[in-house]
Unconditional design. Structure first.
Length: 253
């Protein structure tokens, strides 16, 4: 009789299968992206040519070409989001001052918040321990959360970014005063391709979670419709001598 597979063997086999599927999907996305870029370029040239004509026929053709142009842009954005989610990116970890990294990302995103009438409030904890991070991927993960918060406050509002020590970890809270998330959506919030936004890829939050977990961290969310949303990221920190557990992981009231 063939011996039964252990859980470890099954796990390893499933991981290998997932890696193979992700590699195939990523390759397919690249193959689609190349001709799509050519199509988009030619459509842009066609739109420029049609814009020079004043006849009713030219105007009808221009409107149709512009629709194709917009769809090409949308497909390219979807493919880019998918490639970011699917690719196996090897993390290049380095010691990071998390407060400085968050400040850099907030400065980068400031034009968006200012144009949207959003006030950003920073509460950065002092004497935070150092964290080992891949700067590029974490910047992308945090940027996804900022974009999510900005889109939840189309009429403006407040965005609070806070850092604090939680035991032997560092917590990052991102709190918005936006529209909140329905309970049915909360259950699927991190599911790939699930989105409540028109034209959204549904890959921003799954990509963020994948990056956070790749760093050995956790991401949690609390929300109530009409009362805003709080995302909390927990990241392991480098141990410090004599460090005591300062608080348990909880959402402050």
């Amino acid at each position: 009789m063939a011996r039964e597979q252990t859980l470890s063997e099954i796990h390893d086999r499933l991981i290998k299968q997932y890696a193979e599927i992700a590699q195939l999907a990523g390759g397919l996305a690249h193959e689609i992206k190349n001709p799509l870029s050519t199509i988009r370029l030619n459509i842009e040239l066609l739109v420029e040519d049609l814009a020079e004509g004043d006849s009713p026929q030219n105007k009808r053709a221009l409107r149709k070409a512009e629709i194709v142009q917009r769809e090409c842009v949308r497909l390219e954005e979807l493919l880019n989001d998918f490639l970011n989610f699917a690719r196996a990116h090897k993390l290049e970890l380095e010691p990071v001052d998390i407060n400085n990294l968050l400040k850099e990302t907030l400065i980068f995103f400031r034009p968006k918040t200012e144009n949207s009438g959003i006030e950003t409030i920073e509460y950065f904890g002092s004497s935070l321990p150092t964290i080992m991070l891949d700067r590029r991927s974490f910047h992308r993960a945090f940027l996804n959360l900022l974009i999510n918060a900005q889109q939840a406050m189309p009429e403006g509002g407040q965005l609070v970014v806070r850092t604090r020590i939680v035991g032997n970890r560092v917590a990052i809270d991102l709190i918005d005063t936006g529209c909140g998330i329905e309970a049915t959506s909360m259950e699927r919030l991190f599911d790939p391709f699930y989105s409540t936004k028109k034209g959204g890829s549904g890959l921003g939050l799954p990509t963020t979670r994948k990056i956070i977990e790749g760093h050995g961290g956790l991401i949690a969310v609390q929300s109530e419709p009409g009362h805003g949303t709080q995302f909390t990221i927990l990241l392991p920190s480098l141990p410090r001598l004599g460090e005591e557990e300062q608080e348990k992981f909880s959402y402050p009231g």
